[in-house]
Design a protein. Sequence first.
Length: 321
Amino acid sequence: MRTVVILIVLSSVGSLLSQGQSIPINESPLPAPTYHLLREDDDWSFLADSAERQDFWDPIKYIPLRSGRNGWFLSMGGEAREIWEQIGNDNWGQQPFMNGYFNERYMFYLDVHYGKHVRSFVELKSGLNSYRIGGPRPIDEKKLDFQAAFFEVGTGDDRNWIKFRAGRQEMEYGSGRLIDVREGPNVRLSFDGFKVKTGIGSWQIDGFAMRPDLDKPGFFNNVPNHSVGFWGVYGVRPLKKSLTWILTILASIGKQPHSTEVSAKRCGTASVRVSHVPSLKRKPVGISTMKRFGNLAASVPQISGHGLWHRKPVTGFQPFR
């Protein structure tokens, strides 16, 4: 049985804590502050208008770099998360004792915009673990390293655009069932490589070629796993106001990260998903299909799956969104 007691869910170091911006009476509403799971997706450019800076952290969300050039600015932010986790009879009872430990996570980022089409983003991470019997696992502790460090250039307008990004990055698509940033554990996952993001009309398409980073507990010693290549294409298009169509094609070349049976093989996953999110007060529903393909080991079966799902809407305080 697993019990998690959250001592301090979130305390802000920078701009993570989601404090609502006040809306003056008889004035147009201000843009809602949006904090994304991937902090690189936060957009605080609207704070170029000083009249819209109502939140306590707004002065560091938008720091102008050039007078009269609103596209040149610096954003700063971060988070601190402390969690006590306690597990009884871990590993299906093979460890018949209660293992309790304390996890700490600290992150800080700098997001520099050099005009509308050029940008650099750097995020540091530190994950600390105390009191765990058997010592910290790779997902529990990382003294200090770069979670993200990339350079991005792009061109286009609001409807049709393209961006090229190179460096260390986080990835999280859709519901996170196939590609996820690993938010639950203490140390988040990152990748090294290249990504092309494009918007074509109603379509938004990402293509990427990455290698996952090997988690090491020390200081600035994470390196890409050169035995694994990971590439894919992710496309999403709204069909109606609350209906979305998602296409995902993923492929991996090399030994699989959590398998000893697949070595020097090429395999992939193709997925199609249609989701319907009517409102926060009603349950999102969707239908999805998935097919695994490629040159697999003889002991690994071909896998396909289909599903109809629904999820209870989340209400109240959502610190990581």
